[in-house]
Design a protein around this ligand. Structure first.
Ligand SMILES: [Zn+2]
Ligand SMILES: [Zn+2]
Length: 253
């Protein structure tokens, strides 16, 4: 199975108007971060976790020609805003795309995209089949997901374990019981926003402490604000088994 980081950035401090800082002006492509999302390519299924505002461009950039499912972590705009663009996959695949979301995220999708769910069959609107999820394991084809509940300040967010790989974004607190589900993970992805304290996101130090706690062979940091600094410079501060992820990075799990 291959994981491609489609985006490793965040709307928090996202440079919409280039602020002129050394990250915005960096020629290093690893400093150009779209909103956080990953592509999972298994033999039988192609899945994305989250479809934020950059979804369309991320699909084009990664050359994704077929999409079976979207799995949502939570309903913040940087994770759902691009779902409308699945219509291109509907058209090409002549069918709906499966969407996996918990009940709270489902309500948000209905609120944000009422025209998808109001029963009208206006031609060309996105077609989805919603699959309710909760904290119980579920499978999409051969890909087995174990949801991990983390807290994003007070908001519960889902992380996912797939075999020895665990993907968590937008965490600030993880309970001991949920950490137990991550035990034995060989590859961990965890969010690290910036160095300064933040109410709902791990800082770099908190993410490193979490990575040590889990003890994965390799940890990748994601959901990175441009305020964290340049990829090359921050990378020098990290232990060898903790790396900053970057857009386009592929790993095999
Ligand atoms: Zn969020
Ligand atoms: Zn986010």
């Amino acid at each position: 199975m291959t994981i491609t980081f489609l985006g490793t950035g965040t709307s928090q401090g996202v440079p919409v108007i280039a602020c002129g800082c050394e990250v915005c002006t960096s020629p290093d492509t690893r400093d150009k971060r779209l909103r956080t999302s990953v592509l999972i390519e298994a033999e039988d299924k192609t899945i994305v976790i989250d479809s934020g505002p950059d979804f369309r461009y991320q699909m084009l950039r990664a050359g994704v020609k077929h999409l079976d499912a979207i799995v949502f972590t939570h309903e913040h705009k940087d994770h759902i805003a691009g779902m409308d663009d699945i219509r291109a996959f509907n058209y090409r695949q002549k069918g709906a795309v499966d969407v996996y979301a918990d009940i709270r995220v489902q309500k948000a999708l209905v609120r944000e995209f009422p025209y998808i769910f109001d029963g009208t069959s206006y031609p060309g609107i996105p077609q989805v089949v919603v699959h309710p999820i909760d904290l119980r394991p579920f499978s999409i084809g051969s890909v087995n997901f174990t949801p991990i509940e983390v807290l994003h300040y007070k908001l519960p967010v889902l992380g996912f374990r797939i075999n020895d790989f665990t993907y968590i974004t937008d965490a600030k607190t993880v309970s001991a019981a949920e950490k137990e589900k991550i035990e034995g993970t060989r590859t961990l992805v965890i969010n690290a926003l910036q160095k300064q304290t933040h109410i709902s996101h791990f800082t770099l130090d908190e993410a490193i402490a979490f990575a040590y706690d889990i003890g994965a062979e390799q940890t990748y940091l994601t959901h990175i604000s441009h305020c964290l600094g340049k990829h090359e410079e921050i990378s020098k501060e990290l232990p060898p088994n903790i790396k900053l992820a970057y857009d386009g990075l592929k790993i095999n799990i």
